[in-house]
Ligand binder design. Structure first.
Ligand SMILES: Cc1ncc(COP(=O)(O)O)c(C=O)c1O
Length: 396
């Protein structure tokens, strides 16, 4: 059957929405309460549910993940230099910058793109106060090696777990590891609250500080104990989060099936590499579908494939290209080593569409297009282009 472009844009992700009836029931409660923000009853309920889910009392909710991380770093008193990855969303470094902390970018591991512990250790200086590692794509970092380095050098170990909601290792939620973890509940995430964020942390003494910092530093009506900001989650966000949380198993299950379908359909395509299976004991959330494109074997560069797929109404993303250290605002910061792995991965990575409502037949369609583009590229046959698509598709 000849290939056809998708009628509607297939975006890299699409937020899950609970049933409108269920949402409206919650809205009714908000209307009855007339309590919209400032630690309302639904935020409190959501916080308790997340406490249960993460098996810790040390949970603090925020209006987004970026502010959660900024406040977390400030509340923990992190200063000087922090060793981190250039292969992540730019908010990871911005949170350091807003605390006047210098990011020290080091290389990543080639299989699952998380910080390379040897590179971390080599970058420690007398000014280093913490490691800020990212469970990028929800792939757990090398938890033992990083914990060992942090312990030996007396560094705080902080995880940007923005992508890792629902991931566990050895039966323990990912929040169990390190001194603090930040989760993003942004609408583009598998689990979301429209916008939202959460810190989980080891030291229960931090809870009060985080609560002050996200609410202008108010202790009570007349006392402001620190110059805080406004980073509170509101009732609508918490309502959405509670309803999405109920569907977490469904969301992960759907994405797991999609991941399996992509891997099966593309397994023999030259020049396409999937990250290898995660170590035993990791329960993964399938939040992203990254592949690496080897230009020589595939016959086409990653960028060319990214552009050609758009012609078929398939809108992939090059997460995370460029590296953070190559953005204009970070370019002047010296980096440690060549970042050879991070550079190679950033030049090859492509994230394919994955979300619960993506049909398996659509996954097959996307794979057929990829296969056909690869065959044309390597046989130098006539370059088939799809019939025109009506208009440019929105991009997530
Ligand atoms: C790795 C990473 N860190 C931090 C953030 C920031 O989270 P938020 O969008 O909730 O502010 C994101 C968001 O997408 C992210 O992907």
């Amino acid at each position: 059957m000849p290939l056809r472009p998708f009628d509607k844009p297939i975006l890299v992700t699409r937020p899950f929405l609970p049933s409108l009836d269920e949402f409206m029931e919650g809205i009714k409660e908000i209307w009855d309460n007339r309590w919209l923000t400032n630690n309302g009853p639904i935020v409190q309920r959501f916080s308790r549910e997340l406490s249960n889910y993460y098996e810790t009392e040390n949970v603090c909710l925020f209006n987004n993940g970026t502010l959660a991380l900024q406040i977390g770093l400030q509340g923990m008193g992190i200063t000087g230099e922090v060793i981190t990855t250039p292969f992540t969303f730019v908010a990871t470094s911005h949170a350091l910058y807003w605390n006047k902390i210098r990011p020290v970018f080091v290389d990543i591991e080639p299989d699952h793109y998380t910080l390379d512990p040897a590179a971390v250790e080599a970058a420690i200086t007398p000014w280093t106060s913490a490691i800020l590692a990212v469970h990028v794509y929800g792939f757990p970092c090398n938890l033992n090696a990083l914990a060992d380095i942090a312990r030996r050098h007396k560094l705080a170990l902080i995880y940007d777990a923005a992508h890792a909601f629902g991931v566990s290792v050895g039966g323990r939620p990912i929040s169990h590891f390190g001194d603090m973890s930040m989760f993003s509940f942004h609408a583009t995430k598998l689990f979301h609250s429209i916008e939202g964020g959460m810190l989980t942390f080891r030291d229960s003494g931090l809870k009060e500080t985080f609560d002050y910092l996200k609410n202008f530093g108010f202790k009570n009506e007349v006392e402001v104990v620190m110059p805080g900001t406004n980073a509170k989650m509101n009732e609508m966000q918490a309502l959405m989060g509670m309803l999405v949380l109920k569907q977490l198993d469904h969301l992960i299950g759907s994405s797991r099936r999609i991941d399996a379908a992509y891997r099966e359909c593309l397994k023999d395509v030259p020049g396409i590499r999937f990250p290898p299976p995660l170590p035993a004991g990791v329960d993964y959330n399938f939040i992203f579908q990254p592949i690496e494109v080897d230009e020589e074997q595939f016959g086409m560069s990653r960028d060319a494939l990214y552009e050609r797929l758009k012609e078929w109404n398939v809108h992939t993303r090059r997460y995370f290209y460029p590296l953070i250290c190559d953005y204009a605002c970070y370019r002047s910061i010296p980096v440690n080593g060549s970042l050879a792995v991070a550079r190679r991965v950033a030049d090859r990575i492509l994230t394919l569409p994955i979300y619960d409502s993506l049909e398996l037949s659509d996954v097959e369609g996307i794979c057929d297009i990829v296969i056909s583009l690869q065959q044309q590229a390597t046989t130098r046959g006539p370059s088939a282009r799809p019939a025109m698509i009506d208009k440019a598709a929105p991009v997530v």
